[in-house]
Design a protein around this ligand. Structure first.
Ligand SMILES: Cc1ncc(COP(=O)(O)O)c(C=O)c1O
Length: 455
């Protein structure tokens, strides 16, 4: 059988999936990456994880990192600070929705979410409500691989076999077209969760404002957000937005929170802040959260060795400068709807495709069983995995997920290119993606649609 991608030899790296072939990527420029055989791929996933928002191989970011490293690469932020950290905090607060005045740095998405959980808890404890610790969150979500962040999803497929380490937080179902198009059932589920756990024990409602891999480009209807804001008012919990993917421009706004009818209390960001050039994340909060700590314990000290390090903060500053000077967030806002239309047009007569969703450069394609146009696809077909493998054969990096067994979502693909992709590159990505989906749709139909006897 002909090899279509090079194979990483199982020598030194602790493998993630033993049966997967990993192309070995050695070079990147813009939205192109190259493997160790010289084969080039179009990267429609911003480095695979949606982090590389301004493209690969940017000399301006490398120069900024180098200049900072020569000056002062590292100091710990528990007892020391540095100008890059202070400036980045100031700039982030300036870009965040009104009222977000305080920033704390970490080194990644899960860490930012864990710190957000701790910050919400600290807020309540310092205000004299130590009984508040429960976090309610949507079941169909992803917030990271650490124990506390895994507990924030309701996806047994991810949690198994780590369940014994996890607190049992309540979850609510998503308000998708399939389960709850108006958002009312999710509000009812939220009320039941509040009643069951006791509203006085709830610290926070924790969610992605616009979902990433777990339900690509999905956001609940306005009615849900408005009902959530009312319940916060009534019961006194905080609202935390996981903007690890959506923060720093991905949806065509600096923060996705700007596009929703409620303001959260805490926001966690990561990927786009370092844009793939540094491991950095941040937690931002509104003044009232800070004030509770300022007039309470006056300390929020737990942290990690690399939090707020000059080198990673200098990269964050350079990334923000690129986004601003090249008008990339505005570009994503304007170009995103057309990209979604291009994708929808390219897939319009494929019965496997139920829906193409999009917010800026965060797009999602949802697949259904073509025999009825509604049901989840049988998991044994491995449709999402096939889309990724066939896309790679077509020279395209894409990411699909298949959480069917968790009940709330079936096979789906993400499409999340870097903001600097040219029109021609976006068009080529769409074309390669549609070709891959069509090929897989043909395979799925051949396996699902049995020929009628005698025909
Ligand atoms: C929405 C969301 N939250 C949190 C995370 C975890 O971030 P990290 O992998 O940087 O820990 C991810 C990672 O993909 C994510 O997509």
């Amino acid at each position: 059988m002909a090899e279509t991608v090079s194979v990483s030899q199982p020598t030194r790296v602790l493998p993630l999936e033993l049966d997967r072939r990993y192309p070995v990527l050695v070079k990147g420029e813009g939205v192109w990456v190259e493997d160790d055989t010289g084969r080039r791929y179009l990267d429609a996933m911003s480095g695979g994880s949606m982090a590389a928002t301004i493209g690969h191989g940017r000399h301006d970011i490398v120069a900024a990192a180098r200049a900072q490293a020569e000056q002062l690469a590292y100091v710990h932020n528990e007892r020391l600070t540095n100008p890059a950290q202070e400036r980045l905090a100031h700039e982030l607060a300036g870009l965040a929705p009104e009222g977000f005045t305080r920033v704390r740095f970490v080194t990644g998405g899960a860490e930012a979410n864990e710190m957000a959980i701790q910050l919400a808890r600290r807020y309540h404890v310092d205000r004299g409500e130590p009984g508040r610790w429960q976090v309610i969150s949507p079941a169909q979500a992803y917030h990271g691989p650490t124990m506390a962040t895994l507990a924030l999803t309701g996806r047994p497929g991810l949690q198994r076999p780590f369940q014994p380490y996890m607190p049992s937080h309540p979850h609510i179902p998503p308000s998708t077209w399939r389960f709850d198009p108006t958002g009312q059932q999710a509000l009812d589920a939220l009320d039941r969760a509040l009643d069951a756990t006791g509203p006085e024990t709830v610290s926070a409602y924790f969610c992605e404002p616009i979902s990433a891999a777990a339900l690509p480009a999905y956001t609940p209807p306005a009615r849900f957000w408005e009902g959530l804001a009312e319940r916060r008012e009534r019961h006194g919990f905080l609202i935390v937005f996981d903007e690890i993917v959506t923060g720093i421009g991905r949806t065509g706004r600096w923060f996705a929170a700007e596009s929703l009818p409620l303001v959260p209390d805490i926001i966690a960001v990561a990927k786009g802040l370092g844009a793939g050039y540094a491991a950095i994340g941040a937690v931002l909060c509104r003044q009232h959260v800070y004030d509770a700590i300022a007039s309470g314990s006056r300390a929020f000290t737990l942290g990690h060795t690399w939090d707020g390090a000059p080198l990673s903060c200098a990269v964050g500053l350079a990334v923000l400068e690129v986004l601003r000077s090249e008008g990339l967030v505005e570009h994503v806002r304007e170009r995103g709807p057309r990209l979604r239309d291009q994708l929808a047009e390219a897939l319009k007569d494929v019965p496997l495709v139920h829906e193409v969703r999009g917010h800026g450069f965060l797009l999602g394609v949802e697949y259904v069983d073509p025999t009825d146009g509604v049901s989840f696809l049988p998991p044994e077909l491995g449709t999402a995995g096939r889309v990724d493998a066939v896309a790679l054969e077509h020279g395209l990096v894409i990411l699909s997920t298949m959480p069917t067994r968790d009940g709330y979502s079936g096979d789906q693909s993400l499409f999340a290119p870097a903001f600097i992709a040219s029109d021609a590159e976006l068009g080529e990505m769409v074309e390669r993606f549609a070709a891959a989906v069509r090929q897989v749709a043909g395979e799925v139909a051949a396996r699902l649609i049995k020929p009628v006897a005698g025909s």
